[in-house]
Design a protein around this ligand. Structure first.
Ligand code: NAD
Ligand code: ZN
Length: 358
């Protein structure tokens, strides 16, 4: 029996798509069918490029595409994908390639996890959120009945191929929204990385490929380290939820008008505030963390928000343990802790702190 705990896949970082065909050869795809799964926006930008690269490296290459947007991360779309794969005669040894952001990655992973009881898949993440965060860790799934990620599976990709140059076509708000998760990684695990982000602010905003590559590598390695210690989310993986308890509540209260990372930024500020109130952070540290989001076009305060409503929504979030809120606080920059002593009053005060009207 092999108790090897290391992940059984490669993560490749690059500034082009050129080496992707080589990576496929390494995986031995010569006699397998490949299906690129993508959304309408990414299809228009990159599907042909990938198709040209892979068509000689496999038995047959096809594209399955669905309309872009979270509202299509559903079982309905998965069903269409199954039908397509059956029509194209995909069998156990064939392979899916997720080309797109987190929506495509989650949906493709889930399709691969369940089609014929599980087939291989590869990720080519094309948003900053997907490169720096969601493509790592093996969580796949779809939304159901209005509940996010309600149905899913753990299914590891065979390869993750990241081309940071693909990020240049990303809409500005999407780009910075993904950046919020990177900042979160620095805050919870690595103060040196956090300072590096500050020092490279200009290059990051300009999307300078070599700096992006370094940033994505570092962000992934933090996520990977946390996930590998706790693959099924029994303990430390919860630290990745920093900024997410209040962040998710704001996301819901605002009916998903704000982007996920924008809500995470607000949630990080609120959680840093509570960390100060619990005397884990100093006041100076709190303000420094808060102001760090500003140059990256992320919000640190928000209008028209009801602290009572947000507090109630945090309680309905899934991060509960024996009726208490499992809250992630910061002990210092680079060190997060799980705290069970955060009260409703703490949350209310934090929401008032980030409220624009106060
Ligand atoms: P997304 O996949 O919807 O992508 C955002 C938009 O950008 C889409 O319209 C897409 O078509 C477009 N796009 C993608 N790449 C592009 C590019 N290179 N150039 C131009 N446009 C591009 O959203 P996202 O933020 O990447 O992912 C969000 C999803 O990720 C959520 O469903 C969330 O639940 C999931 N997620 C999963 C995990 C996990 O561990 N599995 C972690 C975090 C988030
Ligand atoms: Zn997140």
């Amino acid at each position: 029996i092999n108790y090897e705990k290391k992940p059984c896949y490669d993560i490749v970082f690059s500034q082009t798509f050129d080496e992707f065909a080589f990576e496929l050869e390494e995986l031995g795809t010569g006699n397998r069918r490949l299906c690129i799964v993508t959304d309408s926006s990414v299809e228009a930008l990159y599907a042909q490029t990938i198709l040209d690269l892979i068509k000689d490296k496999c038995k047959k290459a096809v594209v399955f595409s669905f309309p872009a947007g979270e509202q299509n991360k559903t079982l309905d779309t998965v069903k269409k994908a199954y039908t397509f794969l059956i029509e194209e005669e995909f069998d156990r040894k064939d392979l899916l390639i997720a080309l797109g952001g987190g929506v495509v990655g989650d949906l493709t992973g889930f399709t691969a996890a369940t089609y014929l009881r599980g087939i291989d898949f590869i990720q080519i993440p094309t948003t900053l959120l997907a490169q720096a965060d969601s493509s790592i860790g093996g969580k796949t799934g779809v939304d159901f009945d209005g509940y996010k990620n309600m149905v899913g599976a753990f299914h590891m990709p065979k390869l993750v191929y990241m081309n940071v140059s693909a990020l240049k076509t990303l809409e500005e708000r999407q780009y910075y929204s993904g950046f919020a998760e990177i900042m979160k990684h620095g805050l919870i695990r690595d103060h040196i990385f956090y300072e590096w982000l500050l020092n490279n602010m200009y290059e990051i905003c300009e999307r300078e490929p070599s700096v992006l590559e370094e940033m994505v590598i570092k962000s992934c390695s933090i996520k990977k380290a946390v996930v590998e210690k706790d693959p099924k989310e029994m303990g430390d993986r919860a630290l990745l939820n920093f900024g997410h308890t209040i962040g998710h509540a704001i996301e819901k209260a605002k009916n998903f008008e704000l982007y996920h990372g924008e809500c995470v930024a607000l949630g990080c500020v609120a959680a840093a505030f509570i960390s100060w109130k619990h005397e884990l952070l100093s006041m100076e540290e709190y303000y420094e963390i808060r102001d760090m989001f500003v140059p990256f076009n992320l919000p640190i305060s928000i209008e028209d928000i009801d602290s009572q409503e947000i507090t109630a929504l945090t309680k309905s979030d899934k991060k509960m343990d024996a009726g208490k809120i499992k809250f992630v606080l910061l002990k210092k920059v680079g060190k997060a802790v799980i705290d069970m002593s955060v009260t409703e009053e703490d949350i209310k005060a934090a929401v008032e702190e980030i409220s624009f009207n106060e």
